[in-house]
Ligand binder design. Sequence first.
Ligand code: SF4
Length: 248
Amino acid sequence: MDEKRKIEKVYGFPEILTEKKAHFCPGCSHGIMTKVISEAIGEMGLEDSSIGVYGAGCAAIMYDYINIKGVAAPPGGAVGIATGIKSAGKGSLVFAYQGEGDLFYGLSSLIGAGVRGEGITIICENNLNMGISGGAMSPATPVGVMTTTSPQGRHIASHGAPVSIAEILKDIKGIKYIARCSTHSPGAVRKTKSIIKKAFELQLYGEGTAFIEVLGMCPTNMHLTPVEAALKIREVYGELQTGEIKHP
Ligand code: SF4
């Protein structure tokens, strides 16, 4: 063997990801997002200046896995708390991470932060149901998707049409950056990381509020295997506008 041969490290465990055993179910996108956010912060060298605010429900314990300053918020409170932290701690990168059920609980504070153009990044993991209440239908649950409160699948006549989160925020002028991405495949995860890094960069340049919707798998409440859940998310993703929806 050529001793002079150089071995280049191309992949490794993100340094700020703790080695604690995660509580997420197998195939859950919160685990994927924990790693994606850790990598983004580490690659940007923001370990010491980042503060994460984690929403209620399954997302809450993310603070235990990412070794940065963090706060676990009560239901619907993540954006309001992130706003307060950002206002108090100049120079920090502040992000809120929530599931879509929790985000809808706190929609008024999200709209308020967007109207004021607060310099925070909001990452919403949309897994098509309210994991926080054991898998009930969320406002974003697509037509036909079964949940505990729509056991025959969402039906417009009975449940109303689903809300597209990214689109309802588009007209708010202080929200400068809106993107929709996904976690259903390795390529989609890479794209998600680049979008998150761009949103963080915009925050550092003072470019108002950024909102990223990330479609994700919840195999447990979808009653699907991890692979089936990823295929379902790919199907839903294919029906929506994806990538950057609004940028400065
Ligand atoms: S219930 Fe769903 S969202 Fe919660 S940890 Fe399990 S797979 Fe993830």
